[in-house]
Design a protein around this ligand. Structure first.
Ligand SMILES: N[C@@H](CCC(=O)N[C@@H](CS)C(=O)NCC(=O)O)C(=O)O
Length: 207
């Protein structure tokens, strides 16, 4: 049994959708914040960085880092077809864009919404957010070009990268405007959400 520590709509949504789509046995533990905004003490003992997603594996080892979790789960459930096998021609492209999204769009999103965490100068927050929004737009534009008519990053075959990208789209303050600018992202998002098990996780998260 996998245990996914999560917050609705946060970075745990893609791993939750992947676990569901793979038919993996898992439970979701939704974390609550204390009055000071921090997570409960027990969670800091599981993940010293106190971030979601945090996944406890069946052997009780702990995995963090959303992209690593996506890659690991997809590899463990090859029958689901969400990861090209090691050595297959698509593997490099799959890894490239998974890590791209985790290190660019995800990080820009954090700076956009939590600017105070990125400077000791409170006055800098507005500029950090504004710059992050611009960077996120440029990063999505690069990803949209890479998608082409896809609809997925590997063409006709959905992979874990697409689930991850769909989650990141939901964090854009105006997702419909994003889709108006980037038809490739819109097409990819609709194709990912056509999966009933993924749609059900989006619904459970309240998206
Ligand atoms: N690099 C990490 C980032 C995880 C992360 O920053 N998660 C956010 C939510 S999306 C979080 O839990 N932040 C802690 C907080 O908000 O207190 C990953 O890819 O999993």
């Amino acid at each position: 049994m996998y245990t996914l520590y999560a917050r609705n709509t946060a970075g745990s949504m893609a791993p939750e959708a992947l676990l569901a789509a793979c038919g993996a046995p898992f439970r979701v533990v939704i974390l609550e914040r204390g009055p000071d905004g921090s997570f409960e003490d027990f969670f800091h003992r599981i993940n010293p960085k106190a971030e979601v997603p945090t996944l406890v594996l069946p052997d009780d080892s702990v995995m963090t880092e959303s992209a690593a979790i996506m890659i690991h789960i997809s590899d463990l459930f090859p029958a689901c077809g969400f990861a090209p096998a090691i050595g297959s021609p698509d593997r490099a492209r799959y890894l490239r864009w998974m890590v791209y999204l985790a290190t660019t769009v995800y990080m820009s999103d954090l700076r956009l919404f939590y600017p105070a965490r990125y400077s000791t100068d409170a006055a800098a927050a507005e500029g950090i957010s504004a710059r992050a929004a611009a960077m996120m737009e440029a990063e999505f534009a690069i990803y949209s070009d890479a998608l082409g008519t896809g609809p997925f990053i590997l063409g006709g075959q959905m992979s874990a990268v697409d689930i991850y990208a769909a989650m990141l789209c939901t964090w854009v303050p105006d997702m419909q405007q994003l889709f108006a600018r980037h038809a490739n992202l819109s097409r990819m998002y609709e194709a990912v959400l056509a999966s009933p098990s993924i749609r059900a996780v989006w619904d459970r998260n309240g998206v």
